[in-house]
Design a protein around this ligand. Structure first.
Ligand SMILES: [Zn+2]
Length: 314
């Protein structure tokens, strides 16, 4: 097996089914039945708009598998989840840079949970034509991040965009022998990743940490959640890091950065990169934008004892 640590993935079909079935018990959350308002701010020369793709439902056993029952109950209470699930948001940054309109990930589309996939509706509500998006950067190839590549019956959701995917991520998911090199639990993700990555293969640029997407927008290595997971660092002021899934949750990842997250594929690598990211962000007061944090997902890591706490941006 190319990646022995992949066997540590604690995702199971049963847990996913449980997560999905609990959706039926959820009331329709007000703002998500309609278009969610976009959140905008400036970062140096960049104009950032955070567009919601909706939200997911995950069992607490995935989000904080190492927490005690009491700690899990406390986290659920603070996150406002149900008895055993949390509803991570899906915050998609849209970056305007000169003539470029750059999307970071394209959401779930119709490929994952039914409460996500709201990107196109929320882009429309913000007056943004999908055809005007010039670049899509993929933090990693999980279905809630690239499931919006293809629109049903339409083809590419962003027909004029070039794509940027980390070379390591491409190599991992596009393995033609995935049925034998990956554990069974990853096969469905691999099929989805191959469908979406193949759809952009003639318009993709494979990137590595240190590369620039455009001037001032740099690829940062935050592997571990997936083998080729990347974050993006934006120049200007004290800086901004778009973290993708390197720090999945504003409570768990900040206050317990050493805990495993159920969907991380290489736990040791993920934990080391998460700690390094938060340490640097806290020391240098770098603004952070997290994909699954309470929307709009923008804030800071503040050092608290030997760990951190998430402080939303004013
Ligand atoms: Zn995700």
């Amino acid at each position: 097996m190319r990646n022995p640590e992949a066997t540590q993935v604690s995702l199971s079909r049963r847990q996913l089914v449980l997560g999905a079935s609990s959706l039926a018990a959820l009331p329709l959350v007000g703002g998500y039945a309609r278009a969610a308002p976009a959140h905008t701010f400036k970062q140096g020369a960049f104009d950032i708009t955070v567009i919601s793709d909706g939200f997911l439902t995950l069992p607490i056993s995935i989000v904080a598998p190492e927490a005690s029952p009491q700690e899990q109950a406390d986290i659920l209470r603070r996150l406002g989840g149900s008895a055993d699930t949390v509803q991570p948001r899906a915050n998609i940054p849209l970056i305007r840079s000169g003539q470029d309109l750059i999307l970071v990930d394209n959401g779930s589309g119709d490929k994952f949970q039914p409460t996500a996939g709201r990107l196109s509706a929320n882009l429309a509500a913000a007056g943004i034509d999908p055809a005007s998006v010039t670049k899509v950067v993929c933090t990693h190839a999980h279905p809630d991040h690239i499931g919006g590549t293809l629109a049903p019956g339409v083809g590419l959701m962003f027909p004029n965009a070039t794509y940027f995917v980390s070379a390591a991520e491409w190599q991992f998911w596009m393995d033609p022998n995935y049925r034998t090199t990956m554990p069974d639990v990853l096969h469905e993700f691999a099929r989805g990743a191959q469908r979406d990555l193949s759809a952009v293969k003639d318009r993709v640029t494979l990137v590595k940490p240190g590369d620039d997407i455009v001037t001032g927008l740099r690829v940062l290595d935050t592997a571990g959640h997936t083998p080729g997971h990347i974050s993006l660092e934006l120049a200007g002021g004290d800086g901004l890091i778009i973290t993708g899934d390197a720090a999945i949750n504003p409570i768990v990842s900040f206050e317990h950065p050493g805990w495993k997250f159920g969907f991380d594929m290489q736990h040791d690598v993920a934990i080391a990169n998460r700690k390094a990211l938060l340490e640097r962000a806290a020391t240098d007061k770098i603004k952070l934008l997290g994909f699954h944090w309470t929307d709009p997902g923008v804030g800071y890591a503040e050092r608290k004892d030997i760990v951190y706490r998430f402080v939303p941006a004013a």
